[in-house]
Design a protein around this ligand. Sequence first.
Ligand SMILES: NC(=O)c1ccc[n+]([C@@H]2O[C@H](COP(=O)([O-])OP(=O)(O)OC[C@H]3O[C@@H](n4cnc5c(N)ncnc54)[C@H](O)[C@@H]3O)[C@@H](O)[C@H]2O)c1
Length: 116
Amino acid sequence: MRVTIFGSGYVGLVTGACLADAGNDVVCVDVDDAKIARLNAGEVPIHEPGLEELIARNREKGRLKFTTDAKAGVAHGLFLMIAVGTPPDEDGSAETFGTCSRSRAPSASTSASTRS
Ligand SMILES: NC(=O)c1ccc[n+]([C@@H]2O[C@H](COP(=O)([O-])OP(=O)(O)OC[C@H]3O[C@@H](n4cnc5c(N)ncnc54)[C@H](O)[C@@H]3O)[C@@H](O)[C@H]2O)c1
């Protein structure tokens, strides 16, 4: 199954790697160019036991890809998941602007780095 995950942080990256290992064809999209470059170079920006091996194995099998191209991510996935950050707002509540804008904007954007 083709899956796209927006946000390659703790939640998105681990979820993407596990879904790829289960045999799905996964694309992970992130606005952070440096993070995507590291992932495409085989580096893993977070520490989770076993994650590095999981990512390497599934990249090698072509089931796990990383991009900043939101439009390509939308075109790829039958299922689109949003795992972008929700940092605390001034009153302590979750700031959901990123999540809401991501769910509206991707088809209109050519790149996740647009940060719309
Ligand atoms: N980490 C946890 O243990 C945990 C537990 C439960 C729920 N959550 C929730 O899951 C979500 C993700 O958490 P996390 O810990 O993975 O966050 P994180 O900060 O580690 O990762 C978020 C990623 O989203 C990327 N991003 C931001 N805007 C984007 C956009 N428009 N398009 C694509 N990528 C974008 C960031 O560059 C970053 O890499 C949050 O809503 C968080 O509250 C996290």
